[in-house]
Ligand binder design. Structure first.
Ligand SMILES: [Zn+2]
Length: 392
């Protein structure tokens, strides 16, 4: 790995890009690396966008993450009065969520630093992603999950063979506790907004830039929980602009569920900092983080550029999940939150008639089958001899 730095945009502190996960001031860190360039012959993430990372060839282990489709939704675009509406389908990643991009970057970092043990704290997408990449890299992998996580959610993580531990007690404290234990025991905890996970998310911006032939959307709408993914995508567009590849940065809308919306709530109240969200509850479990570790950082980014944060109700999320499925894309409820907030943004005049919008579709609908119960799904039964009559 080439020498690179980590930078805190809140207090200005700079660190060597070692196993440092947060600034001493408590805020998250960003990779400070000025090299850039897209290799148009590169077929996978590390060969195409490798210049944006400080890794040496061979340090990045790819399971085929990234290179996900940008799908146009023409009917919904027409209904919403947009000139284009596209969906970045991150459910096409190896473990069916956007998390694989950041996990791959963290695994490369961990390998470059000589770690043999990695881990994460997660309730779903990130746990499966780290378990898969840890297994592929032959690293001892520790996955810490909530004490009450149901068996239905444990099995799709356990299948990759990690050390999987349900931890009883306050889940909120597990993030900081894992980083502390990791530092003592030599475990690289690649949690939700650690610097290299955020750096990996930049590749979503690189791909949107390439897939739109540089004709960037006016708005990018990102489901937001910890805040690492939206930060990474913003950073990606900033890197493209700094490299002279893109001429501007799209507008951003931070999309949350009203049942757990610490960032959107602070934004609406013009608060300077986020506060822990009381009694969070939403069908969009994947973005149910009541006190996001990158929340203050995201709030600052939104404010400094007149961007927005919006929160969708449960009914709006369920409707958006159905609408996207009826357009051919079945995502987990969290992945439908951008469409739900886009409707609000059109009604409020934030997104204007004729604008171009990209939605980040973060994970597969099969990740959370309990959501089926919120839809009125129906089918028919009939005997073989009745079938012809039935289909008349
Ligand atoms: Zn700091």
């Amino acid at each position: 790995m080439k020498r690179s730095m980590l930078h805190c945009r809140s207090c200005g502190a700079v660190y060597d890009a070692d196993a440092v996960f947060r600034c001493a001031c408590g805020e998250p860190l960003d990779l400070d690396w000025t090299e850039s360039g897209i290799d148009e012959d590169g077929r996978d993430l590390p060969s195409r966008y490798g210049a944006f990372f400080p890794f040496e060839p061979g340090e990045w282990l790819s399971l085929g993450e990234g290179n996900t489709p940008l799908v146009p939704l023409s009917r919904l675009a027409g209904e919403l009065g947009l000139s284009s509406l596209v969906v970045k389908n991150e459910s096409a990643n190896p473990t069916w969520s956007f998390k694989d991009r950041g996990t791959a970057a963290c695994i490369a970092h961990a390998r470059a630093l000589g770690f043999t043990r990695v881990g994460t704290v997660s309730t779903g997408n990130m746990a499966a992603s780290v378990a898969a990449y840890g297994a592929a890299a032959g690293l001892e992998t520790v996955i810490l999950v909530k004490g009450d996580l149901a068996e239905e959610k444990m099995a799709p993580i356990a299948i990759y063979g990690p050390r999987l531990i349900r931890v009883q007690g306050a889940y909120d404290g597990l993030y900081a506790e894992s980083i502390r234990i990791g530092a003592e025991r030599g475990i690289y905890f690649m949690n939700s907004d650690v610097p290299f996970r955020v750096a990996g998310s930049r590749t979503i911006a690189f791909e949107i830039f390439e897939q739109t032939d540089g004709c960037l959307p006016d708005w990018v709408i990102v489901p937001t929980s910890a805040g690492g993914n939206i930060r990474g995508i913003i950073n990606g567009f900033m890197d493209l602009k700094a490299a002279g590849l893109a001429d501007r940065i799209p507008g951003f809308i931070c999309a949350q569920a009203a049942g757990c919306s610490p960032i959107a709530t602070a934004f609406a109240r013009s608060d300077e900092h986020i506060s822990p969200f009381p009694a969070p509850h939403t069908i969009a479990h994947a973005i149910e983080n009541p006190f996001p570790p990158s929340g203050n950082r995201v709030l600052l980014e939104l404010r400094s550029r007149t961007w927005h944060a919006l929160a969708a109700t449960e009914d709006e999320i369920v409707r958006a999940q159905a609408d996207m499925a009826r357009s051919g894309l079945f995502g987990q409820p969290a992945a439908a939150v951008p469409l739900a907030t886009l409707r609000q943004a059109r009604a409020k005049g934030i997104v204007k008639e004729g604008e171009r919008v990209a939605l980040v579709f973060t994970g597969s609908g099969l990740k959370y089958t309990a959501a089926f119960a919120s839809h009125r799904l129906h089918w028919e039964d009939c005997g073989l001899e009745e079938l012809e009559e039935r289909l008349k």
